[in-house]
Design a protein. Structure first.
Length: 259
């Protein structure tokens, strides 16, 4: 029962994590314009992985997608790749996890097969969570670097008009989603131990007898009445056992044998 509960909880947590990764990747607010020095502005800019948007004070918003791939920074493209890989692995992990649930029976699938599928889905969730966390962290590092470079240029008077960008809401969604996928993968790996059959956890040891093998042979036997006298042979000087002759007649001792 505890294994089933652990599996279901891991499936729910991982599903939330994968859904959060999809939402974070599709969001446009990965970086937002910093309004610290200019709180009142007629234009507010924010950027995502796929397009940049401008929102005016009148409420009109205009978004323009990135029409180029080669013109984007290499780190920016790496963040895209990490998020896509995390989403693909998360979706595959969900499909495998559905068939690996202990409460779902498909044909004559054994518990050992379900244990392997559970472990596989758990590893996929862990990798998906790590990809999401890494991608969001790399983008956040880019924002921090550009922010302090822009701040230094502004204080030096090199560029008086330059927009600085700070963390957007998509970054926090990505961090939380990656953490949920990572936790769900760990729970799924822990649930794998409960699905392994007990007889396969221990090795069977066979013992052989060190003694010799003794074979018993059965044969016909004669049943007596219990009243037959016991024959005794008397050996001594002058008394010899009568021997049968070759023609079957019994030979008796002569009187000269006693002398």
């Amino acid at each position: 029962m505890s294994t089933t509960i652990c599996q279901v909880m891991a499936f729910i947590v991982s599903s939330l994590g994968v859904a959060g990764c999809i939402v974070a990747t599709a969001m446009d607010m990965w970086s937002t314009q910093d309004l610290y020095d200019n709180p009142v502005t007629a234009v507010f800019q924010y950027q995502g992985l796929w397009r940049s948007c401008v929102r005016q004070s009148s409420g009109f918003t205009e978004c323009r997608p990135y029409f180029t791939i080669l013109g984007l920074p290499a780190m920016f493209q790496a963040v895209r790749a990490l998020m896509i890989v995390g989403i693909v692995l998360g979706i595959l992990g969900l499909l495998v996890c559905i068939f690996a649930l202990k409460c779902i029976r498909i044909g004559n699938m054994e518990d050992s097969a379900k244990a392997n599928m559970t472990l596989t889905s758990g590893i996929m969730f862990i990798i998906a969570g790590l990809c999401a966390i890494t991608g969001v962290s790399v983008f956040a590092n880019m924002l921090v670097t550009n922010f302090w470079m822009s701040t230094a240029n502004m204080y030096q008077g090199m560029q008086n008009v330059q927009n600085r960008y700070t963390f957007g809401s998509a970054l926090f969604v990505g961090w939380v989603a990656g953490g949920l996928a990572l936790v769900g993968g760990i729970m799924m790996c822990l649930a794998c131990r409960g699905l392994i059959p007990e007889e396969s956890r221990y090795k069977a040891v066979s013992y052989n007898a060190s003694g010799r093998n003794i074979s018993y042979r059965t044969g016909p036997y004669k049943v007596g009445s219990g009243y037959e006298p016991e024959t005794k042979t008397r050996k001594g000087a002058g008394y010899e056992e009568a021997a049968r002759s070759e023609d079957g007649r019994r030979s008796y001792p002569s009187k000269y044998d006693y002398v």
